[in-house]
Ligand binder design. Structure first.
Ligand SMILES: [Ca+2]
Ligand SMILES: [Ca+2]
Ligand SMILES: [Ca+2]
Length: 162
């Protein structure tokens, strides 16, 4: 019985710790659940740019009904399906954040301003309100200069890691 399990483990399944960190990174408001807009943003940070039908399919896959949020168990099952442990390591994550930064930085000037953050966060899923975008922006803009630079961006998304 044990040998069967061992063989499966060698496929380097994402481990529970990494998944939990990822979940915490997705869960921006720390309420213990991932909302649709948190999911969309998290996926964008992972380097994906999901369309509405893709999001709907993903939610269905996770067994999340309309209007519900994603619980850790549902999230975990889904992550295990699509990612292995290498995809979730810190190095891969840093790479992904570099790429995601470019998605947010529409005009390519090396920083994300309010408008750019708003465009991404209000473009898909259950759209974030201006207030939500604003509070996220303020939280991320540590030195308060009206822009989120790459360092601030990474700090925002790696909060659960370090
Ligand atoms: Ca949440
Ligand atoms: Ca910019
Ligand atoms: Ca700043």
């Amino acid at each position: 019985m044990a040998s069967n399990t061992d063989r499966k483990q060698q496929k380097k399944k994402a481990n529970e710790n990494d998944i939990r960190k990822l979940f915490q990174n997705f869960d921006k408001n720390n309420d213990g659940e991932v909302s649709i807009s948190e999911l969309v943003m998290g996926l964008q940070v992972l380097g994906n740019n999901p369309t509405k039908p893709e999001i709907d399919a993903l939610l269905k896959d996770m067994g999340v009904k309309a209007g519900q949020k994603i619980k850790f168990d549902q999230f975990k099952k889904c992550v295990e399906k699509y990612y292995d442990s290498e995809d979730l390591g810190p190095e891969a994550e840093s790479d992904r954040l570099d790429r995601a930064f470019k998605v947010f930085d529409k005009n390519g000037d090396g920083s994300i301003d309010r408008e750019e953050l708003k465009v991404v966060l209000t473009s898909i899923g259950d759209k974030m309100t201006n207030d939500e975008v604003e509070s996220m922006f303020r939280e991320a803009d540590k030195n308060n200069n009206g822009k989120i630079d790459l360092k601030e961006f990474k700090r925002m998304f790696l909060k659960g890691v370090r």
